[in-house]
Ligand binder design. Structure first.
Ligand SMILES: *[C@@H]1O[C@H](CO)[C@@H](O)[C@H](O)[C@H]1NC(C)=O
Ligand SMILES: *[C@@H]1O[C@H](CO)[C@@H](O)[C@H](O)[C@H]1NC(C)=O
Ligand SMILES: *[C@@H]1O[C@H](CO)[C@@H](O)[C@H](O)[C@H]1NC(C)=O
Length: 603
């Protein structure tokens, strides 16, 4: 503990002081005479253990004390009716240390006399700048394993782990509990480095520690004495002694601390596996709704994810670095090159660091889906066993440029009713019921402004002659039809998913927006159906995520009105190719005719 009262141990000098006081006129009472100044670099607000409030320093004042006289690092200050000699050292722009001695209710002595009383056995006080600019932590390397000792033996099994956060002033210390060592427990602490300096052979570090599990954001200052041991078996080692309180006291050797820590640099951090080639053949991917972008760098082993999120202050960007650590077999003979690849990856997101299990699905050359475990494991081996990514939601990623692809389940369809309200609407599809329906289910319709007078009527899927790559939704009131281009589809467990973008969009700002349609072929339940088809096609609304389950987002039950050809009023297969063949023949005929004419004329 720090001595709160200033020392008054110069009793021997007191009678002499009284004598001097009688002789000397009382002229040199404390006054800031301008000749004594503290370095301006010390100005600011400082924390000192034991002081209820932070200490304010400016060029003339240090807390309650005024600077009277200085020589080198020795200062005579006056405050609270006491004179003090302080020997002050600025260790770093964020750390000041001093030793002091003082005389209270006494007269001022010569600086040399006052300061010569101070010895290295006197308490060393440390002050840490409040709200200081942090520094990069002085340990080179991105991750370390470590053992620690709280005085009851070294905890080395299991080994603990230190990782560098995205912000290089921060380290995450993941303490593991050793069953056979008392006083060890697993917890995670965040160290932020604020200052480091050398004093002779000794190296010091000051930082704040924050417990990860703590509900509040409480930080506490700690001082470390550390030593860099040259490569032991080719490995860099740092020995650290941590102070037991927010001072730098009691740190005399790296073998005594609370606790002592031994950091061992991890040389080969990651196996640096490669993400599947069908993922890295495009460097940039983004999520369907555009809020996440994925960029592959560093020899296809690192993935940088940027996430945009809206909060009250506007847009915030959150970044993640995902390094491929190890490819995992999905089944015994998996060559890990197929359309589904499982891997363990190391994720750094600020100070949220750990290993996750991921599954990449190839859907099309420009469409992939990712599933990721929701927890971060400390050790890579635990990542896939701790949480199963196959039960996690899919993130659908697309490239900026998309190809036109044929839409699945092509045909011409009539809208029967809302699939999600099957029973109600099927029972009485009367006009009155319909309006009731559209009032209560506004949210579930294609467009927000849709009402009874203005509703979708029919849907054509893949009926455009050239490429069969459009979904066209007819509308009773807007004469414009809404067209979507298909960019790729896949089937999974009976459900079809199609990535599509809106074409002649009338909604401002929505140009180029990409959506996912989910389609499901269902056996028609309605016996009174006019249709001959047994099957109905259930179609989701165009959604910014691929809907896996039939939920509110499912809007329509569609009945097939026939093949696309019916629509084109040329029953005998006037398909795209035959139409272009026809045009080609016409072209040839015309060309031949003109040629013939020319030949005739030239005669
Ligand atoms: C230093 O702080 C004291 C007390 O707040 C104030 O009276 C004094 O003017 C300050 N000096 C300078 C140089 O700012
Ligand atoms: C990254 O992946 C792409 C596509 O598979 C490949 O063309 C490229 O050579 C890879 N780069 C490196 C450095 O491996
Ligand atoms: C966008 O999609 C991502 C991934 O599917 C999801 O996590 C996020 O919540 C979505 N954001 C919005 C605003 O819809």
């Amino acid at each position: 503990m720090q001595e709160l009262a200033f020392p008054r141990r110069k009793g021997i000098l007191a009678p002499l002081s009284v004598l001097v006081l009688l002789i000397l006129p009382l002229v040199d009472l404390p006054s800031a005479n301008g000749s004594c100044e503290f370095p301006s670099s010390w100005s600011g607000e400082w924390f000192q253990y034991g002081k209820p409030q932070s200490v304010i320093i400016n060029t003339t004042v240090l807390g309650e004390r005024t600077c009277l006289e200085k020589t080198d690092d020795k200062y005579i200050v006056f405050g609270d009716n006491c004179y003090h000699c302080m020997i002050i050292n600025g260790r770093h722009e964020n750390v000041i240390q001093y030793r002091e001695t003082g005389w209270c209710n006494s007269e001022r002595l010569r600086l040399e006399n006052m300061c010569s009383e101070i010895t290295s056995d006197d308490t060393l006080y440390s002050m840490f700048r409040v709200n200081s600019k942090p520094i990069a932590c002085p340990f080179s390397g991105a991750s370390f394993t470590f053992t620690y000792n709280r005085g009851y033996g070294e905890c080395a099994m299991p080994i603990s782990l230190v990782e560098k956060c995205t912000d290089e002033s921060k380290l995450l210390l993941k303490y593991q509990a050793c069953p056979d060592v008392v006083g060890t427990e697993s917890n995670t602490e965040e160290l932020q480095c604020l200052a480091s300096w050398n004093d002779g052979r000794n190296k010091y570090l000051v930082g704040t520690l924050k417990e990860r599990s703590a509900l509040n954001d409480a930080k506490t200052y700690r001082c470390f004495l550390y030593e860099e041991k040259s490569h032991h078996q080719g490995k860099m080692i740092y020995l650290l002694a941590q102070s037991g309180d927010p001072t730098c006291n009691g740190l005399t050797t790296v073998s005594e601390g609370s606790p002592t820590i031994k950091l061992i640099k991890v040389d080969k951090e990651h196996n640096r596996c490669k993400y599947p080639a069908w993922v890295t053949q495009h460097h940039d991917w983004h999520s369907l709704n555009g809020t996440k972008s994925y960029h592959f760098t560093n020899k296809n082993a690192t993935l940088r994810v940027k996430m945009q999120a809206q909060n009250t202050d506007g847009e915030i960007v959150h970044e993640e670095k995902i390094i491929c650590h190890n490819l995992e077999k999905l089944y015994p003979n998996d060559n890990m090159q197929g359309n589904k690849v499982k891997l363990v990856a190391h994720v750094t997101s600020g100070c949220d660091i750990g290993y996750v299990c991921m599954i990449f699905h190839k859907r099309d050359s420009h469409i992939i889906e990712i599933q990721q475990s929701d927890q971060k494991a400390i050790m890579p081996e635990e990542a896939c066993s701790m949480s199963d990514p196959s039960t996690r939601p899919y993130t659908t990623l697309i490239t900026t440029f998309l190809h036109q692809r044929r839409c699945p389940n092509s045909g011409q369809y009539e809208i029967l009713n809302f699939a999600s309200l099957d029973a109600l609407s099927a029972a009485a599809p009367s006009r009155q019921r319909r309006s009731e329906l559209s009032r209560t289910t506004k949210r579930r319709t294609w467009q927000e402004n849709e009402n009874e007078e203005c509703r979708s009527t029919d849907i054509q899927i893949g009926c455009t002659p050239s490429d069969q790559a459009e979904i066209i939704i007819g509308n009773t009131c807007e004469h414009e039809k809404i067209a979507y281009s298909c960019h790729g589809s896949w089937e999974e467990k009976g459900m079809w998913y199609t990535i599509a973008s809106q074409r002649n969009s009338e909604i401002s700002g929505s140009t180029g927006q990409t959506f996912c349609f989910s389609m499901l072929l269902k056996n028609a339940k309605d016996k009174g159906s006019r249709q001959k088809q047994e099957k109905e096609l259930w179609l989701s609304r165009p959604s910014r995520t691929c809907q896996r389950e039939v939920k509110d987002e499912w809007t329509y039950r569609l009945s097939n009105q026939g093949m696309c050809e019916v629509l084109m009023k040329t029953p005998n297969a006037a398909s795209a190719s035959s139409l272009s063949q026809l045009l080609f023949i016409l072209h040839i005929v015309t060309y031949t005719a003109i040629n013939t004419l020319c030949v005739l004329l030239s005669r």
